[in-house]
Design a protein around this ligand. Structure first.
Ligand SMILES: Cc1cc2nc3c(=O)[nH]c(=O)nc-3n(C[C@H](O)[C@H](O)[C@H](O)COP(=O)(O)OP(=O)(O)OC[C@H]3O[C@@H](n4cnc5c(N)ncnc54)[C@H](O)[C@@H]3O)c2cc1C
Length: 405
C-alpha cells in the first residue's frame, strides 16, 4: 500500500527527524507531542554526538552516517543548533587506567576507527577546569557537540516549512488497529486517521505499543544533570567523559587488560548509584555536568538529592576549576534503552513504524529519521536493519536492573 498520510508520535529527536525527512519527501505529516517539543530525553541531554565507544555493527555504522549527515543538517536546517565538531575525550588519572585506555585506543584504531591518545598537558589545554594531575585521554576527533533541544526545534521547524503540522500539547492515548493494520491514533483531541503511524515516543513508547498488543522491550534509565551559569571565560572544548564511564561500555569491558577495580569510586558503591561522569559546554558558556544513573519504577523526571550529590562529587573531585561556579538549574531525564543497546527500527505490524529504544539518540536519531522514511517509501534502507528488528531476542527490562552499553 502506498503511504501518503503519516502520524508521528513524540516530539523528541527521533520523532522530529522522522517528520522532517518524511515531509521533505512530500508525505502529509502530523506530529503529536503530548507536552512540548523536546520535553523528553532529547531536551535534557548534554549534547554528546558520541562515536567514541560505539560497538561495531549497526551502532558504529549508524553513528558514522549520522555524523556525516550533521554536516548536511548544519547547511539545511532552518535554526542553528550549535554544532561543534571538537571531538571527545575519556580522561584518566592513574597509570593502571592509562594502560587500559591505551589498549582501547590501539584496538579501535586497528579497526580503522578515528581515535588518538593524548597526554595530560593536551587534556589540560582543551579542558581548562580539569585537575592538574590528569595523565592523558583517548580522543575521538569524530565526536561532536550539539544543543539537542535546539536541534529538535530545528527539525520541527524544517518539517513545518516542508508542510508538516506540528501539534504540541496533543497527547496520543492509544494506537488504532483495524483489520491487522494500524490506521491511526486516538488523541486527547479525538481520532486521527493515517496510512501509517511512526512511534517515536522515547521511554513512553512501551505503553503506547501495548495498546495494539506489541510488547516493546524498552526500559527507562534516569540520568541527572546540573547546569552552571554561563562561564565563557572557562573553556571546555571537547566533550569530556571521566574514567568511571569505561565500565559502561562493552568496548572497554572486552579488552584483555580490563579490570573494573581500577574504575570505581567509593561514592558510587555507597549510594548504589553509578555515575556517568561528564561535562560539556554550550555556546553561551554554561557547563552541563552529570550524570548519576538509576532505574526508577516509573517515568520520574525529578532529580534526587542523592543523585545530584554523587554527580557533583565526581565533578568537585575532577574539575577543581568548577568548584566555585554557580549552579543555574538541575534536572533529570529518562533515557530509553534496549538490552543490547541498539534501537528498534521496524514495522512489526502493517502501518506501525517503530523508532524506539534509542540509547544514543544524538548519534542515531537523525539517521533513524532517514531510515524510517526509506521504509515508509518502500526503498531499500541505506543501512541494513537486521540488528534493529523488533523480533530479535531482547530482555524485557525490569525496574531497578542496571544495564550496560
Ligand atoms: C540526561 C540524559 C543524558 C543523555 N545524554 C545523551 C548524550 O549526550 N548523547 C546521546 O546521544 N544520547 C544521550 N541521551 C539519550 C538521548 O537523550 C535519547 O537517546 C534520545 O533523546 C531519545 O529520543 P527520542 O525522540 O526517542 O525520545 P524523547 O526525546 O524522550 O522524546 C519522546 C517525546 O515523546 C513525547 N510523548 C510521550 N508520550 C506521548 C504521547 N502519549 N503522545 C505524544 N507525545 C508523547 C514526550 O513528551 C517526548 O517529548 C541522554 C539521555 C538523558 C536523559
Amino acid at each position: 500500500m502506498s503511504i501518503d498520510k503519516v502520524a508521528v508520535v513524540g516530539g523528541g529527536i527521533v520523532g522530529t527527524a522522522c517528520a522532517y525527512f518524511l515531509a521533505r519527501e512530500g508525505k502529509r505529516v502530523t506530529l503529536f507531542e503530548e507536552t512540548a517539543l523536546a520535553h523528553g530525553a532529547s531536551g535534557r541531554n548534554p549534547g554528546f554526538v558520541w562515536l567514541h565507544t560505539r560497538n561495531p555493527g549497526f551502532g558504529r555504522e549508524v553513528s558514522l552516517a549520522s555524523r556525516a549527515l550533521y554536516d548536511q543538517l548544519v547547511e539545511d536546517l532552518p535554526l542553528d543548533f550549535e554544532f561543534r565538531p571538537s571531538g571527545g575525550i575519556i580522561f584518566y588519572t592513574t597509570e593502571e587506567q592509562g594502560a587500559i585506555v591505551r589498549e582501547f585506543v590501539e584496538t579501535v584504531q586497528a579497526d580503522g576507527y578515528p581515535m588518538e591518545h593524548i597526554d595530560g598537558a593536551e587534556v589540560r589545554r582543551m579542558v581548562e577546569p580539569i585537575r592538574e594531575d590528569v595523565l592523558g585521554a583517548s580522543f575521538c576527533p569524530a565526536d561532536a557537540c550539539i544543543n539537542t533541544p535546539l536541534l529538535v526545534r530545528s527539525f520541527a521547524e524544517g518539517a513545518r516549512q516542508a508542510g508538516a503540522e506540528i501539534r504540541e500539547g496533543v497527547g496520543v492515548t492509544r494506537l488504532i488497529e483495524e483489520g491487522g493494520r494500524v490506521v491511526g491514533v486516538e488523541t486527547s483531541e479525538g481520532r486521527f486517521e493515517a496510512d501509517a503511524v511512526v512511534l517515536g515516543a522515547g521511554a513512553w513508547a512501551r505503553k503506547l505499543a501495548d495498546t495494539v498488543g506489541i510488547q516493546l522491550a524498552v526500559g527507562g534509565e534516569r540520568l541527572q544533570v546540573a547546569a552552571t551559569v554561563p562561564v565563557p571565560e572557562i573553556r571546555v572544548e571537547p566533550l569530556v567523559y571521566g574514567p568511571l564511564v569505561t565500565k559502561q561500555y562493552r568496548l572497554f569491558r572486552d579488552l584483555p587488560s580490563w579490570d573494573a577495580a581500577h574504575f570505581t569510586e567509593p561514592y558510587e558503591d555507597e549510594a548504589n548509584i553509578e555515575v556517568l561522569e561528564l561535562i560539556s559546554q554550550r555556546r553561551n558558556g554554561e557547563i552541563l555536568m552529570g550524570c548519576a544513573m538509576d532505574y526508577p519504577d516509573d517515568i520520574d523526571l525529578r532529580p534526587t538529592v542523592e543523585g545530584l550529590a554523587r554527580s557533583l562529587q565526581s565533578i568537585v573531585q575532577d574539575f577543581p576549576g568548577l568548584r566555585g561556579v554557580a549552579v543555574d538549574r538541575v534536572w533529570a531525564g529518562i533515557l530509553p534503552f534496549t538490552s543490547d543497546t541498539a534501537p528498534i527500527i521496524d514495522e512489526p505490524i502493517p502501518g506501525l513504524f517503530l523508532g524506539s529504544g534509542h540509547v544514543y539518540g544524538n548519534a542515531a536519531g537523525p539517521m533513524t529519521g532517514r531510515l524510517i522514511t526509506q521504509l515508509i517509501m518502500e526503498q531499500e534502507p541505506e543501512i541494513a536493519l537486521d540488528e534493529v528488528r523488533f523480533d530479535r531476542v531482547l530482555e524485557m527490562p525490569g525496574a531497578g536492573v542496571a544495564v550496560r552499553w
